[in-house]
Design a protein around this ligand. Sequence first.
Ligand SMILES: *Cc1c(COP(=O)(O)O)cnc(C)c1O
Length: 423
Amino acid sequence: MRDFESEDGIMQFGGVSVTDLANEFGTPVYVTDEQILRHNYRKVYDAFSKFMDTDIYYACKANTNLAILRILNQEGSCVDTVSIGEILTCLRAGFSPDKIMYTGVSVGTGELESVVKTGCKINIDSEMELEKLAEILGPKTRGFPLSIRITPGVVSGYDTKVMTGGKGSKFGIPMNRVLPVYIRAQELGFSLKGIHAHTGSGGNSIDPFLDAVEVLIDIANQLEEELGIKLEFLNFGGGLGVPYKLQEEEFNVENLASSISEMILEESSIRKVCLEPGRYIVCDSTIMLTKCNDIKDAGPKKYIGTDAGFNTLIRPTLYGAYHHVVLANKFNKACTAKYDVVGPICESGDCMAYDRALPDPQVGDIVAVYNAGAYGFSMSSVYNSRPRCREVLVNNGNAELIRDSETMEDIWKHQIIPERLLK
Ligand SMILES: *Cc1c(COP(=O)(O)O)cnc(C)c1O
C-alpha cells in the first residue's frame, strides 16, 4: 500500500501538511494528489502501450469530479461511462465523444436515445439493447461502430457485490448467445469493432484477467473464422486491485500487461487492447480527512467518534471494506490501545474502521483515511441531512478547492411542501 511521509509528526500529502489542509478547508474533506493521479494513469498506460496499441478507458464511476476528469483528459485517457449523466459530465470535463464509451446495463430507450445524440461509443449489454439501438439509429445503423459485452463465466473481486463476470450474471451477453448476437448485429448493419468483458472489481490476482482474455480471444477467433468478422479491439474491462492494507503488495500491472499482450498477439489477429481501470487510477491518489469529535470508553470497546460517517464514505459499511486510518497529527506516535473509528450517523453499521491500534486520541485530532479516491465521494450521500463535503486538489505544495461543500439549501432545493399544507 502507498504510505506517506511526515514532518514534525504531521502527515504530509502532496507537499502540504494534512493539518493545514484540515484547518483551511474544514472536515470532512477529500484531498487528491494530482501527481499520484497522473502517475497511476501513466503506469498502466505505459505498461500496455509498450506491447500494443492501447486505449485506457478510465471507469469514471469511481470518481467523477470534473477536475480529476480534466487531469485524465490531459493525460490522453478515454473514459468508460455507465449513464447519460456520466457522459455529460465527461463532455463537460473536455472529453470528445469519440473518447467516451457507454457501457450500460438495464438500459432504457430514453437514455439510449440521449446517448446516441452525444455521439459517444456504445458497448452493448443485451440483445434487447441491440434491437433498441438499431431502431433508434434507423438508417444510421449501417456502419455504426459497436462493441459487445459478454459474460465470460469468470469472476474476480473483493466482495460478491462487485463480481460481475460469472455465469448467470446480470451483465453482458451469456456465452451461448454471443455468436447469434454478433450475427444479428451484422445483419442489422453495425460495424463490429470489439468484444468486451468485465469480471469484477478489486481482484488482486491476474489469473481471472487471463481466463477472461482467453475467452475473448476464443470468441474473436471464432467470429473471424466462421463469420468473417474481424474485430479491431479486445477490451478486458477493469477491476485491477489496489492494496488497502499496509503490508499488502501492489498489483503487478507490468506482469498483467506482458501476459495479456503476449496472449493477444500470439493467439489472435487483434492488435489493439482496451481496459477500463477505475479504482486503480484514482484510489490511492486521495485521502479523506475527518476530525475527532468524541472519545468514548464503552467497557469492552473504545471509540473514536469522527465527523465522517457512511454518508461521507460508505465502503466499510456497504462492502465491509478495509481502509487504513492514522491520526495524521500524531503520525509517528506509539499506538497505545485499539479503537473503532465511528461516525455521526445513527446506525450501528456506521463504522469506518474496527479494532485499530492508534496513539492516544484527543478531540480535534485529524484522522486520515487512506485509499479514498475510488467509490468514496462518488458514493457519498446526504443521509442524516448532512450536506456533501468538499474536495481539494493538491499539487507540489499547493492546494485548490475542486468542489465546495453543499449547503442545507442544496438539500431543500428540490423538495416541495404542497401549498394546501401551508394554510
Ligand atoms: C465499474 C466498472 C469498471 C471499473 O472497475 P474498477 O474495479 O474500478 O477498476 C470497469 N468496467 C466496467 C464495465 C465497470 O462497470
